[in-house]
Design a protein around this ligand. Structure first.
Ligand SMILES: [Zn+2]
Length: 473
């Protein structure tokens, strides 16, 4: 059986460790601290947006009319108010889930046992692996249902009010079902692999998990193009000859290994615009442009946006991000492997581990306790993820800083291509069509923003432009 751990021969630590550690208090404390911090910075951003008579950043002066500025402010205020409420909603549902884990476990095992006994026409007890899988499906369905009203409001009230939502209600529900299927399918595969590695590769756990994570990321990369994007969008070859020629010339100028150029029907769901490239490192790449970007921008502006995207490729940002995420995930699992086999942590959340028990779960759907004869590693993973939220809070600042640094580098690359003016025009156009927030609180953007604000980017482009001009003189 895959999930049968020997409680007396744990490789890294003894169950005696952390025996007095207040897991529940620490986990709930971390969740509360994160919640309060996120609400505090959202409140700072709201106050900034509500301040009257703000000065427009010099880089945007005379480029955006007063009507667009007040529209962008109204959108920013509505979005941040929504964020304040949904942060509280997420906080309550996460804590609710932590309290409900034993109940969810007992119910999923009881229902699974009853269903399998009925099918097999004899009493049947699910293994711990099957119990973990059943529990995963219950938790995943719980969160999908909990997230539904939030997503519905965001699309059909908030985005609708500002003219961004193009989604029909039937498309919304179809997307939700498809997402649930994809998430469950991927989740179950990872769950099974993780359980296998945890049991079979205790000595080389970190090394094996590193290989697995790397292979899985490449696999997802491939699936994204082949299955996930076509599940939600339709890609058609770009039919604008002039734009096509200019993109081909740009790719040639940069040495970018371009294979095809596609237009994606992003407008089916939203009026927000974007562009991206895809393809594995050292392989041919395809460029994908949202139809909304083509509709809202001039040809030269679209080419400048792609100059920025190619900048990400030229600066190796994708492999760098892949390495960072692998290091992050590997460190996470190394710590997880050393901490999660802890009787006290499970007991704090009403999971009682009793190796003498003859059945994997002593079934009792009404009890607020779960009695299992081995570690329910998925519950351990969820609890450990909560425990790690404190370090994630700090790590988030560092990762967002790195992302914003990459954005500046990609902008500078587009400037070096001679697309500085078009890039600036495209940024202003993006600000207009996406109603991006002009005024951003420093702490709020440090924590949340993967991209610098439009005015910060315009300022940086100007600075870099003059630096380049000085160099060439
Ligand atoms: Zn970028």
């Amino acid at each position: 059986m895959i999930f049968s751990f020997n409680l007396t021969h744990l490789p890294f630590y003894s169950t005696e460790d952390f025996v007095n550690f207040p897991f529940k208090k620490v986990i709930v404390g971390i969740a509360c601290a994160k919640f309060l911090f996120e609400e505090y910075i959202a409140y700072r951003q709201l106050k900034l947006l509500e301040t009257p008579n703000k000065c427009i950043p010099p880089t945007l002066k005379n480029k955006i009319d007063d009507k667009k500025i007040s529209e962008s402010e109204a959108y920013g205020i509505a979005t941040i108010k929504f964020e304040i409420i949904s942060t509280a909603y997420n906080f309550v549902s996460n804590l609710g889930a932590l309290v409900l884990y034993p109940l969810m476990w007992n119910y999923s095992v009881s229902i699974g046992n009853a269903a399998l006994s009925f099918i097999m026409k004899r009493p049947f007890e699910m293994s711990l692996l099957a119990s973990n899988i059943s529990f995963f499906l219950t938790v995943s369905t719980f969160f999908s249902i909990v997230k539904l009203p939030r997503a519905f409001y965001e699309n059909f009230v908030l985005e609708e009010k500002f003219g961004f939502n193009n989604m029909t209600k039937s498309l919304f529900f179809m997307d939700t079902i498809k997402m649930l299927l994809v998430k469950n399918l991927l989740g179950l595969s990872v769950l099974y692999a993780l359980g296998f590695i945890l049991e079979k590769c205790t000595k080389k756990f970190v090394y094996t998990i590193w290989i697995f994570v790397f292979a899985f990321q490449i696999f997802l990369f491939l699936l994204n193009d082949l299955i996930f994007i076509p599940m939600f969008y339709t890609l058609t070859p770009l039919d604008n000859k002039e734009l096509q020629d200019k993109i081909n010339a740009l790719a040639k100028q940069c040495g970018f290994p371009l294979s095809e150029i596609y237009m994606i029907d992003g407008s089916k769901r939203s009026s927000h615009s974007n562009a991206y490239f895809s393809g594995l490192p050292f392989m041919k790449k395809k460029i994908v442009i949202f139809d909304t970007l083509i509709k809202d921008s001039s040809i030269d502006e679209v080419v400048a946006v792609l100059g920025h995207e190619i900048g990400h490729w030229k600066m190796n940002h994708i492999p760098q991000m892949l390495i960072i995420s692998q290091v992050h995930i590997s460190v996470f699992f190394m710590l997880f492997n050393n901490v999660y086999k802890n009787v006290k942590m499970f007991a704090d959340f009403n999971f009682i581990i009793d190796p003498s028990s003859k059945v994997p779960t002593t079934t009792s759907p009404v009890s607020k306790y779960v009695v299992v004869n081995d570690y329910p590693f998925l519950v351990g993973l969820f609890l450990f993820m909560e425990l790690m939220k404190s370090s994630d809070l700090i790590l988030d600042f560092a990762i967002k800083y790195y992302y914003r640094h990459c954005e500046y580098q990609a902008d500078n690359y587009a400037v070096r291509l001679g697309k500085g003016k078009d890039l600036k025009d495209s940024l202003v156009q993006l600000q207009r069509s996406n109603l991006s927030t002009i005024y951003v609180d420093k702490l709020y953007s440090m924590y949340h923003y993967t991209h610098p604000s439009i005015s910060e980017r315009l300022e940086a482009v100007d600075k870099y432009n003059s630096k380049q001009a000085k160099k060439s003189n």
